[in-house]
Design a protein around this ligand. Structure first.
Ligand SMILES: [Zn+2]
Length: 85
């Protein structure tokens, strides 16, 4: 069917419905965006800005760019070797 839709200058950036708006992909705090889909069984979550955030803090940007894990993974359990000074 021929339906002339409104011109959408879509550059793969979906407008954020939240207010205040979530940080964009290019922002340093893009991980602070709202979670759209959470898959704890698979170890990743999809943020509002299109960023896929993995459990190990690795990221996959909407344009296919991969960000290496950049935060130390919190080790569960008590510290096994504590040095008391
Ligand atoms: Zn949002």
């Amino acid at each position: 069917m021929s339906s002339p839709t409104a011109p959408t200058n879509s550059t793969s950036s979906v407008p954020c419905p939240h207010f205040p708006p979530c940080p964009g992909v290019q922002d340093a705090d893009r991980e602070a965006a709202r979670v759209k889909a959470h898959h704890p069984d698979q170890g990743w979550r999809l943020l509002c800005n299109g960023v896929v955030l993995f459990e190990d803090t690795g990221e996959l940007l909407p344009d296919g760019k991969v960000i290496a894990p950049h935060r130390p993974i919190p080790t569960p359990g008590p510290p096994r070797h504590a040095t008391s000074s």
